[in-house]
Design a protein around this ligand. Structure first.
Ligand SMILES: [Zn+2]
Length: 329
C-alpha cells in the first residue's frame, strides 16, 4: 500500500550532533510536524512511572495532544498494551541482536516483528491524524529503527543522515561545565566516543542505501550551523516542498505556536521565537591534542569521507568539504 500518505522524515546519526535544533527548525514549516525522539515516547509518557514534560509545557499525561494520540493508537492497534510494545521495541531497535533480527525479517516476517511494525506505524498514523501535518519528523537517530521503517510498505520514508565532526561530539561529551539535572556529570572516555561515532555513522551510511537515492540526504552539522537556510532548502528539495526563508540570522521567521516534542535535549523547551541557531565549534579551541590524534588515528578514514580534515581549523568551504557536499546525495 505504498503512497498511503504516511510521510516520515527520519533523522539518524550519532548523538550530540545538533539534531534537536534541526528538528525544531524543520517543524517551523507548516506542513511538517516534529516529534523529537519518538522511539523514547512510550517510555517517557505511556509507562506508569515515567511522566516527562512535553515541549508544550505540560506533562505527557496531561498534554491533550498526546492523550488524543494515545487513544487513537489504542484504536489502531486494537490494544492499550503499551508495555507489550515497549518490550518489542528495544528488541528490534536497541539490542546487539537487533540487526540479525531485522535482516532476517527482510526475508520472512516474524509475528513479533509485525506487531512491532504495526505499533510503530500506528504512532505515526495517530500523530498525523491528530496533528494534521503532511510530514512527520522522527529524530530518533538510531539506524536500526530507520531500517525497520524502510521495510514497511505503508510508510513513505525520507532519510537524513546528520553527521557532526567526531571531535565536536567528543568535546560535547567531555565539557567540564556540562550538567545533567540530578546527576553528577562524568565525562565520556574519548576512546568510547570514537568507537560509538564510527559505529553510528557506518550503520547510518549503510541504512541510507535502503531507500531510493532521491529520498536520502546527508547533512553536516557544521554546514547547518553556519548556514541553516541552505540546509533547510536542501531538505525542501528532498521532499518537494519550499523550505526557503524559514531562518534569518539564525532565528526562525515563522515560529510554531506549540510543539509537542517529548524526546531530545532541553533545546526543545525554548520557545520558537527565542531560538537562536548558533554554531558550536568550541572543540577547535579546547580539545586536547592527544584526543584529536586519537580520534584521527581511529576514525580519520571515515571522517575524511564526510569532508573533515585532520588539521581542521575552521569550517566553511574547503575543496574537500565541497566534494563531500557534492557527493552527499
Ligand atoms: Zn504537549
Amino acid at each position: 500500500m505504498a503512497g498511503s500518505g504516511l510521510k516520515v522524515i527520519y533523522v539518524m546519526g550519532a548523538g550530540h550532533i545538533g539534531s534537536t535544533v534541526l528538528d525544531v527548525a524543520m517543524s517551523s514549516h507548516p506542513r511538517l510536524e516534529s516529534l523529537g525522539e519518538v522511539s523514547k515516547f512510550h517510555g517517557f509518557g505511556w509507562h506508569l512511572h515515567e511522566n516527562r514534560h512535553c515541549a508544550c509545557g505540560t506533562t505527557v499525561h496531561d498534554c491533550p495532544f498526546w492523550t488524543a494520540v494515545r487513544h487513537r493508537w489504542s484504536e489502531l492497534t486494537g490494544s492499550d498494551d503499551a508495555a507489550r510494545y515497549m518490550t518489542l521495541q528495544p528488541r528490534h531497535e536497541r539490542t546487539a541482536a537487533g540487526w540479525r533480527r531485522l535482516v532476517r525479517n527482510r526475508f520472512s516476517r516474524t509475528p513479533d516483528f509485525l506487531e512491532y511494525q504495526r505499533g510503530t506505524e500506528a504512532i505515526y498514523r495517530a500523530v498525523q491524524e491528530i496533528g494534521g501535518s503532511e510530514y512527520l519528523v522522527d529524530s530518533s537517530l538510531t539506524p536500526k529503527r530507520a531500517y525497520a521503517q524502510a521495510m514497511n510498505p505503508n510508510i513513505d520514508l525520507y532519510l537524513i543522515h546528520l553527521v557532526r565532526d567526531g571531535r565536536g561530539v567528543m568535546w560535547s561529551l567531555m565539557k567540564p561545565n556540562k550538567k545533567i539535572p540530578g546527576r553528577p556529570y562524568v565525562p565520556a572516555p574519548p576512546k568510547r566516543t570514537t568507537k560509538y561515532w564510527i559505529s553510528a555513522n557506518l550503520q547510518s551510511a549503510w541504512v541510507m542505501r535502503s531507500v531510493d537515492e532521491k529520498k536520502r540526504l546527508r547533512i553536516r552539522y557544521e554546514d547547518f550551523a553556519l548556514d541553516p537556510s541552505r540546509t533547510l532548502e536542501r531538505i525542501g528539495t528532498l521532499i518537494g516542498e519550499d523550505m526557503s526563508g524559514l531562518v534569518e540570522n539564525g532565528r526562525l521567521t515563522t515560529p510554531s505556536s506549540t510543539r509537542h516534542t517529548v524526546g531530545g535535549n532541553r533545546v526543545r523547551f525554548i520557545k520558537d521565537e527565542d531560538l537562536q541557531i548558533r554554531a558550536d565549534f568550541s572543540w577547535l579551541d579546547n580539545l586536547a591534542d592527544e584526543h584529536r590524534r586519537l580520534f584521527w588515528r581511529r576514525a580519520g578514514w571515515l571522517a575524511r569521507r564526510f569532508g573533515y580534515l585532520r588539521d581542521q581549523r575552521q569550517y566553511g568551504s574547503s575543496p574537500s568539504e565541497d566534494r563531500a557536499l557534492l557527493g552527499s546525495r
